[in-house]
Design a protein around this ligand. Sequence first.
Ligand code: SAM
Length: 334
Amino acid sequence: MSRSAARGKEVMKDQREGERGAGDSSDSYSDGDSPDPRLENMPYIEAFGHRYHISGKIFLAFDEPERQRCEVQHKLYRHSLDGALTSTRLPLDVARILDLGTGTGVWPIEMAARYPQAHITGVDVYPIQRRKGVPPNVKFEIDDVENPWNMPDNSLDFVHARSIAGGVRDWPALLRQTYSKLKPGGLFEMTEIAIHVLDFDGKFAEAELCPEFLHLFRSMSEKVGIDFSPSPRVPEWLVDANFEKIVQRSEILPVGNWAQDEKMRARQSLMNNILNKDYVLENHCGLLFQSCGWTKEEFDALVPSFWQEIQAAQVRPYVTAVFTTARKPREELS
Ligand SMILES: C[S@@+](CC[C@H](N)C(=O)[O-])C[C@H]1O[C@@H](n2cnc3c(N)ncnc32)[C@H](O)[C@@H]1O
């Protein structure tokens, strides 16, 4: 067997182990769940073979590959939190929880098992939530989270937003709305995987891999008014919205085949799984590149050099998951 074939097998084995290790819940319609009938009649924009929201403002696809990617990504986030569902330490009696851009709903469903007394609402523009096995304390609503929310001010205990950056235009406004709806003392958490591929050299490294591709991706995002990596600016926006106790932490997510210890290998296998051609690149690039005038053929011609840089023998690529947490002050500022 060639070295690369052996390496490929190793990565596949890693992937299976990573998924099994983290697997708390099932992960696709093939488990007997069925798509929401509303999806059938939902108008959409097609780009590079994927379906996107008709508004053209959500740069995240809503088809089955993206749905599956979100389920694997959920496992990856849990791995990064040593099995926990939040970086925030929540009180056991947390009552009202809102999940912004809930996707398949896997997070609220697993939160409901951990906090059976909590009422959890997941909101998304797409009706792609699981339909089987939804506990009675979870409900889903279809809406754009940048619209006004239909609950009173000071009514939520916890607001959670994970990997929604491809669909938010005005983060400061979203954070101000979050602040208003949280009770005094209420908690906020947001998580994003930064769109930077870095080279590990024994510590957090500065060297960016695939700079041409990522520069192109970022300049297109700027052009269409979407920031796929808002985390560095979030603390400042949270301060402006009057939040306190703002904490940010990053976790390394190795890519490729270099991680040594079991924990990092499990993250790596899940990361390899979501960072493959059909998932992350196309799902995140289709509408973006098409909006900027690219054809699928032009995009496809660009992709091999991206993989060559990541797979080069001498590099140890990684991306980071960034967890940001904050609290609304217990006493309202006067
Ligand atoms: C990558 S998925 C992540 C799903 C889920 N948060 C998770 O971590 O499992 C992003 C989801 O956010 C939703 N989303 C993005 N922007 C949104 C917006 N402005 N309003 C409602 N949903 C949004 C998308 O429709 C998509 O289902």
